[in-house]
Design a protein around this ligand. Structure first.
Ligand code: HEC
Length: 117
């Protein structure tokens, strides 16, 4: 019985992960970043942040972006949370689907991200 429950639980997890990955909507992600005016800080094309300490987002991995947004929403006092007063405010109203769609859109943009040597 225990094994059956574990198998069912794992099945449910992998099914929901597959569904989420398949359901990313790039167009909706673009609409959301326009609605919240994310480029006002992260810059034109999400490549030219208005301050050098602000991260470039264009071409970042979609799952990383969704995870980061989730972490700001969770807050720095939670496990795997991030504390940043600016981003906490922007992440708060976002649903999981919003974060996935935003991640998919930003990941689709031409990237200037590099690994420093
Ligand atoms: C008022 C300025 C401002 C606005 C508007 C803004 N951000 Fe940010 N964002 C920041 C700053 C500053 C950071 C770095 C915070 C830190 O140090 O954790 C950041 C970090 C991030 C990160 C983490 C990047 C990484 O490499 O870890 C993501 C993802 C992000 N923002 C997405 C968004 C999205 C999506 C929106 C719109 C819903 C948005 N931001 C709007 C200032 C802003």
């Amino acid at each position: 019985m225990k094994k059956l429950i574990i198998a069912l639980a794992l099945g449910a997890v992998s099914a929901s992960v597959t569904t989420l990955a398949a359901a990313a909507d790039v167009k909706r992600g673009e609409e959301l970043v326009k609605k919240y005016n994310c480029a006002s800080c992260h810059g034109a094309d999400f490549n030219k942040p208005i301050d050098p300490s602000y991260p470039k987002l264009a071409g970042q991995h979609a799952d990383y972006i969704a995870h980061a947004l989730n972490a700001y929403k969770r807050g720095g006092d939670q496990t795997n949370g991030r504390s940043n007063p600016i981003m906490a405010g922007f992440a708060k109203p976002l649903s999981n689907q919003d974060m996935i769609d935003i991640g998919a859109y930003l990941a689709s943009l031409p990237s200037q991200l590099v690994v420093s040597k």
